[in-house]
Design a protein around this ligand. Structure first.
Ligand code: OAD
Length: 237
């Protein structure tokens, strides 16, 4: 039996799949990732991108932060791809219990997934830092300069910046899902950003599958590894 046949069999047998993903899940929708050759972090800006999307920078230079955020991190108008759609179908069929994602684009929900744990937040949720009023992503996209609520407060995207903590509830629910999974599929992530990457250590089974174009630090821990395009593999499951 080759690797793909084995994965096909595991998926057939599973009743409790958990999918853990990153930016590579959305590249086939047209949204660039961070660390591939054509990723966001390989482009040249006035400051290193990791610095721009840090809390300190956001506080000190919100004008620049929002210009960068709007142009590079606010992916509006993109559609789910085959991976998002297959995962939504598995959930509907009762085979998949959760998607844990580092992505902020909302494409899993757009494809129909219900149980999605967004470790790094979502561009679709934006709140006034003064009165807590909700604002849409379009509001932030179209605001001139720093987006401001009618009350005058800055509207901040519910996206985890560097130096900020992750939502504790989301972490706990992700850990619960991962530790109860019969099959854990980790895909489209370089597994270099913590604490997110460390969550896969909570998996207790023996069906850990890694699908990623580039190598990752966790390749040797996986039971099956595919260095291929995610869509290519998922479309055959
Ligand atoms: P990265 O850009 O670090 O990694 C994406 C991985 O996906 C790369 O290793 C690619 O090889 C792989 N990849 C890209 N397209 C693929 C495809 N079609 N099929 C298979 N593999 C593909 O993105 P993340 O691991 O998600 O955090 O990055 C983690 C975090 O770093 C992000 O959530 C973001 C960033 O800073 C915050 O903004 C807080």
């Amino acid at each position: 039996m080759d690797k793909l046949e084995m994965l096909q069999q595991w998926v057939r047998e599973s009743r409790n799949i958990v999918f853990f993903g990153g930016a590579g899940v959305s590249t086939e929708s047209g949204i660039p990732d961070f660390r591939s050759v054509d990723g966001l972090y390989r482009q040249k800006f006035d400051y290193p991108p990791e610095m721009i999307i840090s809390h300190t920078f956001y506080e000190k230079n919100p004008e620049y932060f929002f210009r960068f955020y709007r142009e590079k991190m606010l992916p509006l108008g993109f559609e789910p791809n085959i991976t998002h759609r297959v995962l939504a179908r598995w959930e509907e069929e009762g085979k998949l219990s959760a998607v844990v994602t580092q992505n902020i684009d909302g494409l899993h929900q757009k494809a129909g997934s219900k149980k999605v744990y967004e470790l790094h937040g979502s561009v679709l949720r934006n709140y006034c830092t003064r009165c807590r009023k909700f604002h849409s992503a379009e509001f932030v996209k179209n605001a001139p300069g720093v987006p401001r609520c009618e009350c005058g407060g800055i509207v901040k995207p519910d996206v985890v910046l560097y130096e900020e903590g992750l939502d504790q509830n989301t972490i706990e629910q992700s850990i619960w899902a991962i530790s109860h999974a019969d099959l854990l599929i980790v895909a489209g992530t370089s597994l270099t950003v913590y604490p997110a990457a460390g969550l896969i250590n909570y998996y207790r089974g023996n069906r850990l599958v890694l699908i990623n174009r580039d190598e990752t630090p966790y390749d040797s821990q996986a039971d099956l590894v595919f260095h291929q395009s995610l869509g290519e593999i998922i479309s055959r499951l």
